[in-house]
Ligand binder design. Sequence first.
Ligand code: SF4
Length: 70
Amino acid sequence: MKYIVDIDYSKCINCLACYLINKNVFSIENNRIIIKNNIISSEEDIEDIKTAAKACPTNAIYYQEILDKD
Ligand code: SF4
């Protein structure tokens, strides 16, 4: 299972809630939250991005499962 995850920076208020939930996916660069790798395949990280999306106060985190074409 793979997911793609992204942040809408027009909504993000840089509160770091997502970073506190998972430091594998989310990181800080130049005082700004970033996503290290937009493609997530670890089940633990996938659960964490769902948790982070719910925790995000501005609904700035988007994710979607990538379906295999086979
Ligand atoms: S939780 Fe949402 S608003 Fe806060 S830093 Fe992460 S993406 Fe931005």
